[in-house]
Design a protein around this ligand. Structure first.
Ligand code: ZN
Length: 265
């Protein structure tokens, strides 16, 4: 069953790649067939097999030998591992006894939908430094069916999650703007943490923000040191303006919270 959900995850991952490519372009609802981004040639279905096609083509497109981004197999593999992991946490169908667990199915759908959308947000944030409202806002609204259907979530923890998650980052962003007169942390991050709070409950907000800040700072300081070593000049002043997308760290924090299932902080 784990292998089955790994393969399902690979297929979903290849759909997530389409979302990552098309949502920032605003071409999501255009032609269904995928085309080579370099020469616009149609990609035949047998070259759209997750991971395997990339390996078979050795990372270059067949039409014009353009290098294919590592993003494609990495997103597919991550989604495959994600689905297998979430199924292992919430196995909803016993192959031998045919026992079917509806609560576990709901928990599985909840986790896999949430982290699929968050994975799209991560890659788009890394590539374009934005978190599209077309992803974060519907996720906030979908918190309502989520707390209605999910076995553990309540409307209180979900609603409080949206308010605390969005509010904390909004406050940080606003005070940074007042002090430095420029946007430091994006308001896109506020909507992202509001969505995470709505889907995982208010208990998830502080651990998520804490992990994101610690990992983000360590990586930020590391980048400053690396730049200093490379240019043999203290990069401190310029690096104060270094732009590091925060969304990926928030998603990492949310995933670790979900993974270790910290009940209350
Ligand atoms: Zn091509």
């Amino acid at each position: 069953m784990l292998w089955l959900f790994f393969v399902v995850g690979l297929l979903v991952g290849s759909f997530l790649n389409v979302c990552i490519l098309r949502i920032p372009e605003g071409t999501f609802w255009y032609s269904a067939r995928s085309r080579c981004p370099a020469c616009q040639a149609l990609i035949p279905a047998w070259l759209n097999i997750p991971v395997l096609s990339f390996l078979f083509l050795r990372g270059r497109s067949r039409c014009c030998r353009t290098r294919i981004s590592w993003q494609y197999p990495v997103v597919e593999l991550l989604t495959g591992l994600l689905f297998a992991f979430i199924y292992s946490r919430f196995p909803f169908w016993d192959f031998l006894t045919f026992h079917f667990s509806v609560p576990n199915l709901l928990r599985f759908l909840h986790g896999s939908i949430l982290f699929s959308v968050l994975l799209i947000c991560v890659v788009i944030d890394m590539r374009h430094h934005i978190i599209p409202d077309v992803l974060s806002l519907p996720m906030i609204l979908l918190s309502v069916p989520v707390f209605l259907l999910h076995p553990e979530l309540t409307w209180k923890s979900s609603l409080l999650g949206i308010l605390v998650g969005g509010g904390i980052i909004y406050l940080i962003a606003w005070s940074y703007f007042l002090i430095r007169k420029e946007e430091g942390i994006g308001f896109g991050d506020a909507k992202l943490l509001a969505a995470i709070g709505g889907w995982l409950g208010y208990q998830s907000v502080l651990p998520t923000l804490l992990i994101a800040s610690v990992v983000g700072s360590v990586l930020g300081v590391g980048l400053v040191l690396l730049q200093t070593l490379r240019t043999k000049r203290i990069a401190f002043q310029s690096s104060l303006r270094m732009e590091i997308p925060f969304g990926p760290f928030l998603v990492l924090g949310a995933f670790l919270y979900f993974f270790f299932d910290i009940p209350y902080i």
